[in-house]
Design a binder for this molecule. Structure first.
Ligand SMILES: NC(=O)NCCC(=O)O
Ligand SMILES: [Zn+2]
Ligand SMILES: [Zn+2]
Length: 467
């Protein structure tokens, strides 16, 4: 049985036109005006007055991540289902081996966990420590498993963070493999020193999490990662950029012709650090790294997004419940698990704050939401496009619908929403995942385990104009 979507306005990263879309056997088989049903049992969706978008690609999520003495509260089933409710049909999660765990053992573990995903998934591989197997296992990741990007953490000292000489080794190896190094950029030692100082002074509340990781800590590490990539001849992708200092380093490098790509997240675009002042430990819900920044940084991020210096908006979806998880840090901000939920909210927030409020056009929206992450991470045009041959991952989006985000109604398995009360304009009426309607008129109809693992291609980046 196929799906025929009639009369929607298709919006891609470059075009906008009214046409019908026919999907069969999990793929888009035709995009043209005047398409007819092929079989009697085809589902027909009337999309008049609605917009057809490629399913979202969220290149930065953490489902059931063991972290800071607990585990992120969405598993691959609940997290991908929440994604589908918010028009995200592909995730790229991170295999994060613990210290002592080899990359391929981590990969096997994540493959097992991810089997229950309702939509398709891929992995980045984090290098969190070094053994004599690490470099050859990096090769196996790329060649045998289609894991074509590596993750490094300059923060999280003593846990999953690595030192510069190790980061240099990852870059050197990655350059020979044609893969992409992605970096969480914060000066790990500066963070530890500031954490210790505040705790010594008896400053234990959530706001000291943010104060122990101020913007220069991120700006310095971003510039250092970019410099190291320049020296080693790598393209580099900076994850979850939050502040003006980091944007400045990225713009400087890109203006010189270096191949630097960057991602930000809705929380860094839309929230400011007043959230840490909430009473009754509610500020803990916003504890994430890097933290939410003071007013002013958000404008720098929006400008970088609009100018193309930041190419993707992901979520860093990594939820922890207030009760039983965030409260582990009631007496010590450094023990509050870092992270928050967001996969379901990316579409509505980005559409509302980006398109409706006039910060960029609809094509830029599609690019940020689906096309660029698919391209950068080697999934395009299978993902991130509405073209014949692409996977049938499609959002039928009603731009006139409205919604109010709340933990009471979201599909995240989390007792808080960092976007509680945000009003969004536009919401999916239907979300098609791999040729099956999995979300319709506010109701999920997902299948545990229907998602497939996506080996990724190597994306060829342009050569730097100047090294
Ligand atoms: N961002 C965050 O606070 N938690 C998830 C892990 C990471 O991305 O650093
Ligand atoms: Zn991070
Ligand atoms: Zn993350």
């Amino acid at each position: 049985m196929g799906i025929l979507i009639k009369n929607g306005e298709i919006i891609t990263a470059s075009d906008r036109f009214v046409a019908d879309v026919y999907c069969e056997e999990g793929r888009i088989s035709a995009v043209a005006p005047g398409l007819e049903k092929q079989r009697a049992d085809d589902t027909v969706i009337d999309a008049s007055g609605q917009i057809i978008l490629p399913g979202g690609v969220d290149a930065h999520v953490h489902m059931e991540l063991p972290f800071m003495g607990t585990e992120s509260s969405d598993d691959f089933e609940t997290g991908t289902a929440a994604g589908v409710a918010g028009g995200t049909t592909t995730i790229i999660d991170f295999v994060i081996p613990s210290r002592g765990q080899h990359l391929l053992d981590g990969y096997a573990m994540w493959m097992e966990k991810a089997k229950k995903s309702v939509s398709d998934y891929a992995f980045h591989m984090a290098v969190t420590w070094f053994s004599d197997r690490t470099l050859t296992e990096m090769e196996t990741c790329v060649r045998d498993h289609g894991i074509t990007s590596f993750k490094t953490f300059m923060a999280y000292r003593g846990a999953i963070g690595i030192e510069d000489p190790e980061l240099i080794q990852v870059m050197e190896k990655s350059a020979t493999l044609g893969s992409l190094v992605t970096v969480h950029a914060e000066h790990g030692d500066a963070v530890v020193a500031l954490q210790k100082k505040f705790l010594r002074e008896g400053k234990t509340e959530p706001k000291y999490h943010a104060m122990s990781r101020p913007a220069p800590v991120e700006g310095e590490a971003t510039a250092r990662a970019i410099m190291l990539a320049r020296m080693m001849g790598n393209p580099v992708y900076i994850v979850h950029v939050t502040c003006k200092e980091a944007v400045d380093a990225i713009v400087e490098a890109r203006t010189r012709g270096q191949v630097v790509m960057a991602e930000t997240c809705p929380q860094y675009l839309l929230l400011d650090d007043s959230v840490y002042e909430k009473p009754d430990f509610e500020g803990a819900a916003y504890v994430m790294s890097p933290p939410i920044r003071p007013k002013g940084h958000q404008d720098a991020l929006w400008a970088a997004v609009a100018a193309g210096h930041i190419q993707t908006v992901a979520t860093d979806h990594c939820p922890f419940n207030q009760v039983g998880q965030k409260d582990m840090g009631k007496d010590n901000f450094a023990r509050i698990p870092n992270g928050a939920a967001g996969i379901e909210n990316r579409l509505g927030l980005l559409w509302t704050a980006g398109v409706v409020e006039g910060r960029f056009d609809v094509h830029k929206f599609v690019d940020l939401f689906a096309t660029q992450p698919a391209k950068i991470f080697g999934l395009y045009p299978r993902k991130g496009a509405v073209v014949p041959g692409a996977d049938a991952d499609i959002v039928v989006f009603d731009p006139h619908a409205t919604d109010v985000i709340s933990a009471k109604t979201h599909h995240h398995r989390c007792d808080r929403s960092i976007f509680e009360g945000f009003q969004v304009k536009g919401k999916p009426s239907h979300v098609i995942v791999n040729g099956r309607v999995q979300f319709k008129e506010g109701k999920l109809d997902v299948q545990r385990g229907a998602g497939r693992y996506l080996p990724r291609q190597i994306h060829t980046f342009p050569k730097p104009v100047q090294s």
